[in-house]
Design a protein around this ligand. Structure first.
Ligand SMILES: [Zn+2]
Length: 276
């Protein structure tokens, strides 16, 4: 599932769409995101005849701003791809939304598994949208402060990993980077959140930032479906320390990396050196 570095990579690689005008929007007619219908009339009204003026990201959500009051909201879900195509390029399978631009290029959203989301938001008040209303600080733009992490951890009996995955605590971290950050900070994923010390919160907050910055530098992690707006895979999978590496030696201590399902999510960690 695309997380902050992947969505940010898509945002950056979509930049050549800036300044182009949307002339037509078409839709597959299929529902997305929990079988909810795509609000295609609202999307058309927001985009058609408008110029793309900015591309923003809030956590794992992407916003396409135009010179009008309403923006397009995009969530890639599990397998969503949001790409910019040269004129005349055939559409990939499972294309659900196509926005044709005035120079013939097309912005296309494809999503075989259809967990993605397309909606409209008020450009000046995106957080009025229910999906964005509860989002915590963006892990990269706002940063995750140790004090905020500690305040959120207090009184919570959930695991530290679940705390990192909670988008109300910090927006943008998902399953891959939670495992990676916990490894980097040497914190056991099953550690109870309310037992986190100030020193550990400091290490963990820094680790979250470091793994995201590192992944972004390598164009994100492509394990299954992720590609950027030009169709290129990210290189970060080569640099993962524990995620998807069960049975392989821990890069720090050489013990075997363990995979364990915690609260329904696959979690990877080193049982020997993640002792905090
Ligand atoms: Zn280790």
């Amino acid at each position: 599932m695309p997380e902050l570095p992947e969505v940010e990579t898509v945002r950056r690689t979509l930049a050549p769409a800036l300044g182009a005008r949307v002339v037509e929007v078409s839709h597959s007619g299929k529902p997305l995101h929990g079988r909810r219908p795509v609000p295609i009339a609202a999307i058309r009204a927001a985009l058609v005849g408008r110029e793309v003026t900015a591309l923003r990201r809030l956590g794992k959500y992407l916003l396409v701003d135009v010179d009008g009051p309403t923006s397009l909201l995009v969530h890639l879900g599990m397998s969503g791809r949001f790409r910019l195509f040269a004129p005349g390029t055939p559409a990939p399978p499972h294309t659900h939304l196509t926005a044709r631009l005035d120079d013939g290029r097309e912005l296309r959203f494809s999503d075989p598994r259809r967990f993605g989301q397309l909606d409209v938001v008020a450009r000046e008040a995106p957080r009025a949208h229910p999906a964005l209303a509860g989002l915590g600080p963006d892990a990269l733009v706002d940063g995750l402060s140790p004090a905020h992490l500690l305040a959120c951890a207090r009184g919570r009996t959930t695991t530290v990993k679940a705390l990192l995955l909670d988008q109300r605590v910090v927006a943008g971290v998902g399953n891959i980077y939670a495992s990676e950050a916990l490894w980097r900070a040497k914190v056991r994923p099953t550690r109870r959140a309310n037992r986190l010390t100030e020193a550990e919160a400091r290490l963990l907050a820094r680790a979250v930032r470091d793994v995201l910055v590192h992944a972004l530098r390598h164009g994100g992690t492509s394990l299954r479906d992720f590609v950027d707006a030009d169709g290129r895979e990210g290189e970060n999978a080569h640099y993962l320390k524990v995620y998807d590496r069960q049975g392989e030696p821990c890069p720090r201590c050489r013990a075997s990396v363990v995979r364990k399902v915690i609260q329904g999510r696959a979690t990877y960690f080193c049982p020997t050196c993640q002792l905090r």
